[in-house]
Write a protein that binds this ligand. Structure first.
Ligand code: IVH
Length: 672
């Protein structure tokens, strides 16, 4: 039928499809309230792609099909900013804010000021250019005067509209500024998968976002979970706007994502309260914010206040208390992970950091130690950004002891003394001894963990003893343990031994997805395991699949397919699966028929700990029933599920009038 279509018909249908897809992108990525299922959305995309393939001259850069298609570049073209992208002056106390108001009062005698207060996002400043409502160019801040053209990379961020709506769509040229960032949950997920792949992880969301935005290959950026908030319209004055608040509303109406936490403040007292509230809530925002930005609301006053060469006089950044501290590295320990990777950890003189005592910090790998030249005895600056694990920012060289020596990475496995190797392009040294007890202990720990086989009572000291006494040499050995054997271990009585054996027995029915994750196959984590189990139904069928068949599954790349195939080719691993199955561990499940989707199109936010469901289980339940879990509450949120010790999200829900549920209410919604 495609062939029968005239060019004019195709052009018209292409326009319709693009409008529909832009609309659904907006609902999904900006408003977080999709109206169609993934399948319906995919069908629209497929039809558009087919039409564009038949009529290639109708492809335009702002077509939704082009979000991921850009060709890799070697260099980014320089972009001169029409108006410099300035930085902000800092305030660190309410007094500094009062001083700010006094200063602007002196510059505009007799004026009364109102303000807008918004989170200062710790991301990357960027500028987006639209001509007649179409996205034409995006650039980094660079040195403020000249940035880099990263248009293809920014196109991959789905919350950036390619086509504007509303009044701003008609303007010949507009420039909008904002901050690209990586949400914390996505950052944690990305690091988990990098870790599984044996590649170096990112220290914080900002570094991860910066790396993604400056990728030479936009298809890599496309795979990174980036988001954006827009907060500035250049030359808004001449576009007829009177206040910053009006600008934010116009940006929102044009399809941009603006920060729902932006707040209008009638006077400086309200500003101080808003800044302090944001600081209290910073961990619950879902992204890193290092302060609050206070802006004079009136654009006319902004224009009259003007800028210095460095910053606008009409705005100031209220910096949140630093979550950095200095302490001393007492030792560097190297441990063996479940895949044999040697990971160095610094033992610190305990130090208090944002309410938590920090004793250890991961140094990631050899290169990281070398790059930062971290040595035993060094005083280091450590930082804890958001709820992210702490890391070493830098060594305080002025305090380095005179006799200090660079750290030498061990050449043998610190656990078994076996040989180690570091493969080309790999970040980690690995212990090559597959019987290394330290590796086995780590693998058992992972096997029994909550997201894997969830074996209660299988704690670290039990694992230590089971391995050290030779009772457990692989996962299958767990299932043949008797309570008499367990009772012989230290700190076990008859009752606790029976409890452990019962807990192990209960894990038999976790099913193939959990089991697959539990096996600790390189690159196979929770998500990949779920995809594979849903597609193949059993471990036996996954084991029998060819590498090509595995790579054919949506969401499974070549590298993952290779790793899985290699695992199941190994006779030892095949025997292990047979022995697990013989021990009664369930290795297959019926490929689940699609159930009803009572939460289709609904966005939920979770806060606090629920009485029975873990965070992951709740998310899984919601997604299985067609819902989406968002990290922060907005007017578009349908339900906020509140547990014990909820964060500020519960307050947000009440403030915005969003329905609040407890766990029972959630279960009621999905009728379980
Ligand atoms: S306003 C002239 N608002 O902070 C307007 N900046 O230190 C200046 N930033 O370069 C920017 N969140 O990249 C503004 N809500 C926000 C912001 C924000 C983060 C960044 C921005 C800027 C830097 C200034």
């Amino acid at each position: 039928m495609l062939r029968d279509m005239t060019r004019a018909d195709a052009a018209q249908r292409i326009t319709e499809l693009r409008e529909q897809i832009h609309h659904h992108d907006y609902l999904y990525y900006v408003e977080a309230r999709p109206e169609v299922s993934d399948a319906e959305y995919d069908a629209l995309m497929r039809e558009l792609r087919e039409l564009e393939a038949s009529f290639p001259d109708l492809v335009t850069a702002d077509s939704p099909t082009q979000r991921i298609g850009g060709a890799p570049t070697d260099i980014f073209k320089p972009v001169e900013h029409h108006d410099a992208m300035l930085s902000l002056d800092n305030a660190t106390s309410p007094d500094d804010l009062r001083e700010f108001e006094a200063r602007i009062g002196r510059a505009l005698p007799g004026a009364a000021f109102t303000y807008v207060c918004e989170p200062k996002i710790d991301g990357l400043g960027i500028a987006l250019l639209y001509e007649h409502g179409r996205f034409v160019r995006g650039a980094t801040r660079g040195d403020g005067r000249v940035g880099e053209d990263i248009t293809p990379n920014l196109r991959t961020i789905r919350s950036i509209p390619m086509v504007l709506r509303g009044a701003l769509a008609a303007a010949p040229v507009i420039e909008v500024r904002g901050e690209v960032f990586m949400p914390r949950e996505e950052f944690a997920r990305l690091n988990r998968s990098l870790e599984e792949a044996g590649t170096p992880t990112f220290a914080n969301p900002r570094n991860a976002a910066a790396g993604a935005v400056r990728q030479k290959d936009p298809s890599v950026t496309a795979r990174r979970p980036l988001d954006i908030f827009l907060y500035h319209l250049s030359r808004a004055n001449s576009l007829g706007f009177a206040s910053h608040w009006d600008v934010l509303e116009a940006l929102r109406a044009a399809g941009f994502k603006t920060n729902p936490r932006a707040e209008r403040c009638a006077d400086l007292g309200a500003v101080i309260a808003a800044c302090e509230k944001l600081e209290r809530d910073r961990d619950a925002l879902g992204y890193d914010a290092d302060g609050a930005v206070v802006k004079v609301e009136s654009l006319d006053q902004q224009r009259r206040l003007g800028s210095t060469t460095h910053h606008p006089r009409w705005a100031i950044a209220f910096k949140f208390a630093a979550r950095q501290a200095t302490t001393v590295i007492e030792a560097i320990e190297v441990n063996v992970g479940k895949t044999g990777a040697l990971t160095p950890t610094a033992k610190l003189t305990p130090v208090e950091l944002a309410g938590v005592t920090i004793r250890n910090v991961s140094l990631h790998n050899e290169d990281e130690i070398r790059r930062k030249d971290i040595r035993v005895g060094d005083t280091v600056l450590i930082e804890r950004a958001g709820d992210v694990i702490p890391y070493v920012v830098q060594v305080v060289l002025a305090k380095r002891p005179e006799q200090s020596q660079p750290f030498t990475f061990p050449s043998a496995c610190p656990a078994c003394g076996g040989a180690t190797a570091r493969a080309e392009g790999e970040a980690y040294w690995r212990c090559l001894n597959s019987a290394c007890p330290a590796q086995l202990k780590e693998r058992l720990r992972h096997f029994g963990s909550r997201r894997a086989m969830d074996i209660e009572h299988l704690g670290d000291s039990t694992i230590e003893q089971l391995v050290d006494t030779g009772r457990v040499k692989d996962f299958a050995d767990l299932y043949t343990l008797t309570s008499n054997e367990v009772a012989e271990l230290d700190r076990f009585a008859e009752k606790s031994a029976e409890n452990l054996v019962a807990a192990i027995a209960a894990s038999r029915t976790r099913g193939p997805a959990r089991l697959l994750n539990a096996l600790g196959i390189r690159l196979v984590g929770e998500r990949v395991a779920q995809v594979l189990a849903a597609r193949f139904g059993s471990l036996e069928r996954i084991a029998a699949a060819s590498e090509a068949e595995l790579a054919d599954v949506h969401g499974i790349g070549d590298e993952i397919a290779h790793s899985i195939a290699a695992f199941f080719r190994d006779p030892t691993n095949r025997r292990l699966i047979e022995r697990l199955a013989r021990a009664g561990v369930v290795t297959s499940a019926p490929v689940a028929p699609e159930g009803p989707k009572p939460l289709a199109g609904k966005t939920l936010v979770l806060t606090g700990s629920l009485p029975t469901l873990s965070r992951e289980a709740a998310r899984e339940l919601i997604e299985r029933h067609g819902g989406r879990v968002a990290s922060s509450v907005s007017k578009k949120t349908h339900y906020v599920v509140v547990g014990e010790a909820p964060g500020s999200k519960a307050d947000d829900a009440r403030r915005l009038g969003v329905t609040v549920l407890d766990e029972a209410g959630l279960l009621e919604l999905v009728r379980l």
